[in-house]
Design a protein around this ligand. Structure first.
Ligand SMILES: [Fe+2]
Length: 422
């Protein structure tokens, strides 16, 4: 390697999590072999607290900064230019037509000045990138960080955390209360608001503090009673095993809200299980089974044919869904009621898939992983339906439960606007 190096002055350090050294070494080794050396003149500015080093290659540059080795492709760099002619910082939208970039583009001049990478392109255009911005937006940086910090829980972990419920009055009037509520929701996948008037209208009002309601075939806000009014087991008095809802949607509903408006009888406690806790346990114990559940697509289906409702929906995807760049779990589909015919798994894989699925089921059914909650009038629960499973014990008497689904994008957007990582 004959690449030229540059040492530059930098102030401030980049906060990031530490990745395992072996993984880092493997990544760097793989990346090194994809680049051929390419010498280029660069400019030296100064040296101080934090140094940055550049190596120029055929189609990319290598930046060593804040303890991380990163690679930036030249087309990517031109595409991500933040100059006024390339990017509208008022609307946060790209102006540059990516289709107009020469795919063999290389900078004529490369420099690091005052904490910025400065590139001069053929034709004279100049691009300037803050080194911190590059570090935060590099593939290597993203691979090290989580999209959404979470605390995985079993019953003991959740109970000992003593998470306070939000209170209706302050929740409806104080943004800081909503922010605290959302922070708990993001970390644990469940959060409560207490003292809500036991009406459908108040339930809708409390949800609209954080999101839009996602209307589905069940309506905008639904009311469960044991009247079998819909072709679904939920509309009975029977116990329901842990499951995620609407797994038969291509995009399952992100958030579920429950509010028990009335119950004159016994039983009916709500069961909550952190699916990510179980899946992470499975990943540690049997990585090959985790891998299988995260790669094999299966189908969920909802067929309803009653006097008033006709529906036929299907959703296809793996039981466990992970981001491909950092393997972070973001979605679980687990619903034994609605799982459809398995015809998406080759013959030679079916047995292993069932073994993997059984291991996850065993984990999900461990009593220590079950959080039982008695929902009473006034207590509204928000559940991350991509993460936390719900179920219920059987009950007697009249039990009226209302609720709705929320659009996930809007909940996460509200959280980000509060400055939360989501
Ligand atoms: Fe459900």
């Amino acid at each position: 390697m004959t690449a030229e190096s540059v040492c530059v002055a930098m102030l401030g350090a980049l906060k990031r999590t530490v990745r395992p050294a072996l993984q880092q070494a493997q990544l760097l080794s793989a990346l090194r072999h994809t680049h051929t050396p390419w010498t280029h003149k660069t400019q030296v500015r100064a040296c101080a607290a934090t140094s940055a080093t550049l190596h120029l290659h055929q189609d990319s540059l290598e930046l060593n900064y804040a303890g991380t080795q990163m690679h930036f492709n030249y087309v990517w760099l031109r595409d991500h230019c933040r100059s006024v002619s390339s990017y509208n910082s008022q609307t946060n939208q790209r102006i540059l037509d990516t289709g107009s970039i020469d795919l063999n583009i290389r900078p004529d001049r490369t420099a690091v000045e005052d904490g910025h990478l400065v590139l001069s392109w053929p034709g004279g255009h100049v691009s300037k990138y803050s080194l911190n911005w590059l570090a935060e937006n590099s593939y290597e940086g993203k691979k090290q960080s989580t999209v959404q910090p979470r605390i995985f829980w079993n019953s003991d972990i959740y109970k000992s955390a003593n998470i306070p419920s939000a209170k209706w009055d302050t929740f409806m009037s104080c943004d800081d209360e909503v922010k605290k509520f959302l922070q708990n929701y993001l970390l644990y996948g469940i959060a409560f608001v207490d003292d809500v008037p036991a009406t459908v209208e108040a339930t809708e009002a409390v949800t609209q503090r954080v999101s839009l309601i996602r209307e589905t075939t069940y309506g905008r806000t639904w009311c469960f009673t044991s009247d079998f009014s819909r072709g679904d087991t939920a509309y009975s008095q029977l116990a329901l095993d842990r499951h995620t809802d609407t797994s038969y949607f291509q995009e399952p509903c992100g958030i579920q809200v429950f509010h028990c408006l009335k119950h004159e009888g016994t039983g009916g406690r709500t069961l909550l299980v952190d699916g990510f806790y179980a899946a992470e346990t499975l990943r540690q114990r049997s990585p090959e089974h985790f891998e299988l559940l995260s790669r094999v697509p299966i189908r969920h289906e909802y067929i309803e044919n009653t006097d008033n409702h006709r529906n036929h929906m299907t959703g296809i995807g793996p039981v466990v869904n992970v981001y491909p760049w950092n393997n972070e779990i973001y979605l679980i589909r687990y619903n034994n009621y609605d799982r459809s015919v398995i015809n998406t798994i080759p013959h030679g894989v079916v047995q292993q898939w069932y073994v993997a699925h059984r291991e996850l089921t065993t984990e999900l059914r461990r009593p220590e992983n079950e959080l039982w909650v008695k929902l009473s009038p006034g207590k509204v629960i928000f559940i991350d339906n991509w993460r936390v499973m719900h179920g219920r014990e059987s009950f007697t008497g009249l039990r009226q439960l209302c609720g709705c689904y929320l659009t996930r994008d809007d909940v996460l957007s509200t959280a980000r606007c509060f400055g939360l990582q989501a």
